[in-house]
Design a binder for this molecule. Structure first.
Ligand SMILES: [Zn+2]
Ligand SMILES: [Zn+2]
Length: 446
């Protein structure tokens, strides 16, 4: 395990034809050359060409890392795309602390990486994910969880190497497509600045004093299990029961502190049958995350549309043709006339691990939960914990599919809305993380 604060390599820009920015204060090259003012970086040959108009100097190299000469120095990158891979996109200038690495990938333009101390990074990401008015215990629980998750990922990457997996081959004979996505999909840096990992906007957005003190009070504090930092996953709302790690990611990794638990004061039975699942999604169990209290939801969802508070239990309706079009668009597969959506197996939280999609032309079993959520929604379904009601015409052809579901996210580890409710009810940060990560210890490592 670590004994000092790690540095995180965050991919801020990728595949840019040109990167423009400026230094606030003095930065230095690896050879000690001082760099100040504006800069422009373009690909040149196998490397990069950086121009500094202030003193007319330039630099041709494979890669360079510019390090702040003083702690208060920062740098700005212009035209940073936000939410590129998701449904919204805008560009803005962003300010970063820490070092800037610039490099070119052959044929793929410039990559800009921010090398930032872990605690500084946490202040930024937690400030943009959580409201400044959230209770201290919630912010501290989130800080301990995010810190542990990040460093567990760094340690795993150091052991196994960054190895992006090849896409699963898929052809006309394939009948099953089971995929999951890990954060180790980046080879040049540890995390990207996009929603794929965690949205990171540097210090552009002022970090809140509440978040800053939650990070400082828990500085170096991690969830630890059997001498290792915990792979502490989190998501928005479990729906009453949390999910097993192996049902969302690798089957062969049994992680004791990521087993399914009842997110409640009292016992809730794990889902083991379709009948039980139907009763579950149509009921309102007394779980921590069963709240519509907007003031609590805003702690975890600062910019969330308050009209949409129905994610503990939710409903999505598609006409058959609507769903056929959606499936074609999202999966690239022509199912023909849709006949049925059949859950093949579920985890204890009710999340579907494998779903069989039956059509007149193709029948395919898809998994795991994230792939199911992607295929069945223009963006992402709230979760894969749903039952399907199918309305058919006289000839038995489906006309409408109604999905009745529970929870928001993969359901493994800490439930953010449950944690927010616990914090409001007076639980301490350590009690909250121990509730979700059973058997894990809380330890300060630096
Ligand atoms: Zn990423
Ligand atoms: Zn929950």
């Amino acid at each position: 395990m670590i004994n000092k604060e790690p540095q995180l390599r965050v991919g801020v820009l990728e595949e840019y034809g040109e990167v423009k920015g400026s230094f606030n204060g003095v930065f230095v090259d690896p050879d000690g050359t001082r760099r100040e003012g504006d800069f422009t970086c373009r690909p040149a040959g196998d490397g990069i060409h950086v121009v500094f108009p202030k003193d007319g100097s330039e630099l041709r190299t494979a890669t360079t890392t510019l390090t702040p000469a003083t702690p208060d120095a920062s740098f700005v990158l212009h035209d940073v795309a936000i939410g590129l891979k998701f449904h919204w996109e805008r560009k803005e200038s962003q300010t970063f602390r820490g070092a800037l690495q610039l490099l070119a990938r052959p044929g793929k333009g410039i990559t800009a990486i921010n090398v930032v101390p872990l605690e500084e990074y946490l202040k930024s990401v937690i400030s943009s994910e959580m409201s400044a008015t959230a209770p201290a215990a919630l912010l501290q629980a989130q800080a301990i969880t995010s810190r542990s998750w990040l460093v567990a990922m760094l340690e795993r990457a150091a052991e196994e190497g960054h190895t992006p997996r090849a896409a699963t081959p898929f052809d006309s004979t394939t009948s099953e497509l089971i995929r999951w996505y890990s954060r180790e999909d980046h080879d040049l840096f540890d995390v990207c600045a996009d929603d794929h990992c965690q949205r990171y906007q540097g210090v552009t957005k002022i970090t809140s004093p509440a978040v800053t003190s939650a990070i400082e009070e828990t500085r170096g504090v991690f969830l630890v299990h059997q001498g290792r930092i915990c792979d502490a996953r989190f998501y928005k709302a479990c729906g009453g029961l949390t999910e097993e790690f192996a049902n969302c990611w690798e089957d062969d990794r049994q992680i004791p502190y990521l087993h399914s638990i009842a997110d409640a004061r009292t016992a809730l039975l794990p889902i083991t049958s379709e009948e039980q699942m139907r009763a579950w999604v149509t009921s309102s169990p007394d779980a921590f995350c069963n709240t519509r209290d907007a003031s609590i939801l805003l702690h975890v969802l600062p910019s969330f549309d308050q009209e949409t508070t129905d994610f503990f239990r939710w409903k999505v309706v598609y006409s058959r043709t609507e769903l056929e079009d959606l499936l074609l668009r999202k999966s690239g597969i022509k199912f023909g006339t849709l006949r049925a959506l059949v859950p093949v197996d579920r985890g204890p939280s009710g999340r579907i691990v494998r779903l069989r999609i039956e059509g007149s032309e193709r029948t395919i079993t898809v998994g795991k939960e994230l792939e199911v959520r992607r295929w069945l929604s223009p963006t992402h379904l709230y979760s894969s914990a749903f039952v399907v009601d199918t309305e058919r015409d006289a000839a038995g052809i489906p006309q409408r599919f109604t999905l009745l579901g529970a929870g928001w996210g993969h359901g493994v580890g800490l439930c953010q809305i449950g944690a927010a409710v616990m914090a409001v009810e007076g639980y301490y940060a350590e009690e909250i993380v121990r509730h979700y990560f059973r058997g894990a210890d809380v330890k300060r490592l630096y």
